[in-house]
Unconditional design. Structure first.
Ligand SMILES: *Cc1c(COP(=O)(O)O)cnc(C)c1O
Length: 387
């Protein structure tokens, strides 16, 4: 008897649940959605391939496309940035103490904890909000195995100084490059530094695959190791000695990434336009200090400002004022990780960390995303200028 393929009838109930569109205030960021019609051919291919995950054709194509777009040789897609950070730390066998920044998203420190390492927080630089190399050197002990710097807001870290410190002290370096998609210095990707760099493709990031991330490796052997670690530690059909995680990105998300990539240059150009307008308008406002990072191709993922003591109200009050006008600015990254439960009892959290603590108090990230209208940019500027 020949079995024929049939589509089972849909149960009546399954047709009911529908989520209504949500109206929300102007967020600090918003994902770009390509025209739905352009996604449908990808879906049709996935439906006919029935290859949904485990390094499918779109997954492979996105790895190649991202390598080309970002100017790096070896990319491993991951299910999200946090799992990617954890996997990168496993690949380098990081343990003991790891020197990092307190001025970042919690996932940076969480990944260390999940990998069984102890975060050691050091102060940051007020020019770019990144870990200060002098602080790294002072924090090294015989238990230090690695440095985990963050290219905060896509501002490049002092990579040459960090490389030097790592070489002298035999430390591994993993960059949390969650904010640094496409960032270049002298035409070179910032992702080419350190032992590994980790990207996030979360919905709030410049380039997104709903959830997702990637690890950039310096060579094929390292990429092969990462690829095994993201797939339970499988080597071919056999499991390796190491227990590992499921960190794979699926075909639906990979296809969405390929579609996003077609638009990314235009999206970043629109962000750059908004950034230029903010810079021009805020230059004259007493007590509002935007960051000027020279000689870098930024991705304009964030528009951070410092609300200094010369401004009539502190950053939290200004943030509340914007929120009541329907504009959601965000205090990234307040509070500092070293002041959060779960971290504040660590020895390094007891230090003064004066720059990080001041910046955390004064920081405010203004709305910036490709869908943001000129009207809303002007309204934001008006509130900053006139209260
Ligand atoms: C978003 C982010 C992460 C985590 O990425 P997910 O993809 O959301 O897991 C890690 N570090 C920093 C600095 C981030 O901003």
């Amino acid at each position: 008897m020949k079995l024929t393929e049939t589509t089972p009838a849909m149960p009546a109930l399954a047709r009911l649940p529908q989520v209504a569109p949500v109206e929300r205030p102007t967020p600090v960021t918003q994902p770009f959605m390509p025209p739905l019609g352009e996604y449908l051919p990808y879906l049709e291919t996935i439906w006919s391939n029935r290859w949904l995950t485990n390094s499918g054709p779109y997954h492979q194509e996105l790895e190649r496309a991202l390598e080309q777009h970002l100017g790096v040789e070896h990319i491993s897609l991951m299910s999200n940035g946090t799992v990617a950070l954890w996997t990168a730390l496993q690949a380098l066998k990081v343990s003991g103490e790891v020197i990092t920044t307190p001025f970042t998203f919690v996932a940076t420190a969480h990944a260390l904890r999940l990998a069984g390492a102890t975060p050691v927080f050091v102060d940051i630089d007020e020019q770019d909000c990144n870990i200060a190399p002098a602080g790294i050197e002072a924090a090294i002990t015989e238990r230090t195995s690695a440095i985990l710097p963050v290219h905060c807001f896509g501002h490049p870290c002092e990579v040459d100084a960090i490389t030097r410190i790592a070489e002298i002290n035999d430390l591994r370096v993993v960059y949390d490059a969650a904010h640094a998609f496409g960032v270049q210095v002298d035409g070179q990707s910032i992702l080419r530094h350190g032992d590994l760099s980790v990207l996030s493709f979360h919905a709030t990031k410049v380039f997104n695959t709903f959830e997702g991330g990637a690890i950039v490796s310096p060579d094929g052997r390292t990429k092969a190791r990462i690829d095994r670690l993201r797939n339970f530690g499988f080597h071919g059909d056999t499991i390796m000695a190491t227990a590992s995680i499921n960190g794979k990105l699926n075909e639906l998300q990979s296809a969405f990434g390929l579609l996003q990539l077609r638009y990314i240059d235009g999206l970043i150009a629109r962000r750059a336009q908004i950034s230029r307008r903010y810079h021009a308008a805020l230059a004259d406002i007493q007590g509002i200090a935007p960051f000027r990072v020279e000689g870098v191709t930024l991705n304009h993922s964030y528009f951070p400002i410092l609300v200094t003591d010369e401004y009539p109200v502190p950053a939290d009050a200004l943030c509340a004022r914007l929120t009541s006008a329907g504009i959601l600015a965000r205090r990234y990254f307040h509070p500092l990780i070293c002041d959060m439960p779960g971290y504040r009892d660590l020895p390094s959290a007891q230090q003064p960390l004066p720059v990080a603590r001041r910046i955390a108090r004064q920081i405010l990230c203004l709305p910036i995303h490709p869908n943001l209208s000129d009207t809303l940019v002007e309204r934001t500027i008006d509130i900053l200028a006139n209260g």
